[in-house]
Structure formats: structure tokens, C-alpha cells
Write a protein that binds this ligand. Sequence first.
Ligand code: ADE
Length: 419
Amino acid sequence: MADSKKWVVMATAQTPTNIAVIKYWGKRDETLILPVNDSISVTLDPSHLCTTTTVAVSPGFEQDRMWLNGKEISLSGGRFQSCLREIRSRACDVEDKEKGIKIEKKDWEKLHVHIASYNNFPTAAGLASSAAGLACLVFSLAKLMNLKENPSQLSAIARQGSGSACRSLFGGFVKWIMGKDENGSDSLAVQLVEEEHWNELVIIIAVVSARQKETSSTSGMRESVETSLLLQHRAKEIVPKRMVKMEEAIKNRDFSSFAQLTCADSNQFHAVCLDTSPPIFYMNDTSHRIISYVEKWNRSEGSPQVAYTFDAGPNAVLIARNRQVAAQLLQRLLFFFPPNSDTDLNSYVLGDKSILHDAGIGDLKDVEALQCPPEITNVPAQKYTGEINNFICTKPGRGPVLLSDESKALLNPESGLPK
Ligand code: ADE
């Protein structure tokens, strides 16, 4: 190792978030984060929702430190420590001939790292920030320390930071295989199909106005495992059969089957939450209104046009079968959930704004002029102004990437401190 205290070596990566269409709910091992069932997710386009993380190493660093969205946070938690330990133990030689720096395998145990991470969406909005965050931490450290492990092997490390993080190591549709080993070595993610495989899909997230959620996923899951008989039945009898059908639906781009399975699995997950003692309520009245409306529309069309899924919070993730349906969906959502008069459309509909254009909506006047959808018979239909914070239009996206452009780094290349 070059003995100058001055040098800093860095790596920056961008990692997507993901939404499960077959849900992960319940651990069989709390420390290793081993689930009670397999799960499947779709990776969301990182241009709209992602984490960027820069990791740096220098002999001048006195301790491991991390900054999240510009604020220093503690790395002492068991989950961060598991990831750091697992990565350090697999680190390899790194050589930068230009800078005259050589770090040998044995040096990594003594060197400290600085980590700066930024989520391009609100961390508290309930949009799986820890999945993208922990996946990005593991991916960027693996690049910095020159690990030889493949993405599935890295996913088993990310899993120990946050269960669903393992699915953010790939783009497209991803399966988390629960595994059988007690040590967790076979509980990892694999890619089912790449993002291009089903590129007609459009995803609209309705970020529901709500207070901070009341029960964390970690404690909610533990309480469900301890008290819900439905969870046991779901894990043993329902999910194994559903996994086979869902993989088939994804491979064949069979939207009807995909939508039916996605909605049924989301509803069963929330039924498990209700079956927990004391019961857990993650969805609210707005979530229920969205479900009822999508069910009504799908029935009136004769076959599913939109699938819905809800994680441990009230936000709706709506998957439309194609762009045309997505434009109709956005019109309907804006009809029922118009923005407050002081909100501008540009901050109400985020992400891929071309869906707004397809829907023929250029400004708030166009929203006011929207007609009641024909499937609504109990006119005048009720409107729910202010129940939604914003919509994010997105699509299935790619997996993690290394950003080689140094201007994207979140740490200063000389000091190793946040820019
Ligand atoms: N939790 C939420 N966001 C995170 C991030 N970007 N990195 C680590 N943990 C997180």
C-alpha cells in the first residue's frame, strides 16, 4: 500500500428500486434475513427512482462514516455491519498504476471507508428506499474493492442489509429464491427476464398523502410470523403455486394472468396483515378507493387493463398493459384525484411526463375539463382533491450501473468528504 496519507480511491454507482408483485412478508431467520417464501419483483426505471452512492477509501480515514441525503448517519446498525463485514472479507487486490496506488487484499481489513448516498425521491415516502440504498451500498463497495462475485452472489450480501435489496441487483423482472440452507448461502436473487422483454408496460405510482407509517416492515413481519395462521398457509400452499404461474405469465407477457396474480397477491399480503394480532393496517381509504376503481374499470373492459399492488404503506403501484392504457389511467386518476389549487401540474405528475402528453393534458385547465369515465354510473362522481401527493410515471428499468463520470461523485476526490 502506498504510504502517502493523501490518496483517495472512489467508486460511484446508481441502483434502482423495485416493487414486489409476489410479496415478501415474513422471515424464518431475523439475523440473516431469510424469507418464508420466494418473491418476484419488477425493477423500476432508475431515471425516475434510484439511489446514487459514492464510496471512498483512504489511509487518511480514521473510521467508517456514512452520509445519507447530506446528513451523517450511524453505521453501527447490525445490517450495515453485516454488509461491510461480508464485503471486506471478499475484497481483492486493487491497483491504480496512473496514481501509483496498490491496495492488497490484506490491507482492506485495516482501511476505512466513507459512503455518501442520495435517493432521488423522498426517503420517507414509502418507496422502498432501503432496497435501492442497500443494493447500491453493496454494489459500489464491491466495485471499489474489486470483488469477483457475480450479481446473484452480491444479492445474498445485500439481502443481509435489507431483504428486498437483493432484488435491486438486477433489472427487469427478478426472483428472490428463498433457499434452504441454514447459513443463507442459497437465498439469493436471479433475473427472470431483462427490462426490454416486456417494454410495453407502464407503471404509475400514486404517492398517497399520509403521516409516517405506524408499523415498520421489520416489526410488522415479525408480528405476522408470530401470530398469523394465514401467513403459514400462504407461504406453504399459495406462494409456491403462484410463483410458477407468475413466472409463466411474465415469460409469455400474458397481462391478464399477470394482473390477476399481482392483485391477488397484494390483497393476500394485506389480508395477512389483518390476520396479525394486533391487526396491521397499511392501506388507507385512498388506497381502497383506488382498488375499487381499478377493479370496476377492469371488469367493464372485460379483461384486466391495469394491475395494482401495495407494499407496507398506502401508496398504489399501478401497472398498465401499454402506453395507451396508461394515458387513459392517468386521465382517470387526475379526474378522481385532482391536485389542490395551489399545486402545479408539473410537480403533481413526475417521471415520464410524455404520458401526460399522450393523455392530452397540458395544464390544469385540461384536468378540470376531464369527463367522468363511462364506467362510472353513479354520477355525479365524487372527487378526492388533495388525497394524492403526486403521481410518478415510470416503467420497468435496468439494474445497477457504475458511473465513471467523476462529476457524478458525491464525495470530494481530494478530501473524501461530501461535496
Ligand atoms: N435507507 C434509505 N435510503 C438509504 C440509502 N440510500 N442508503 C442506505 N440506507 C438507506
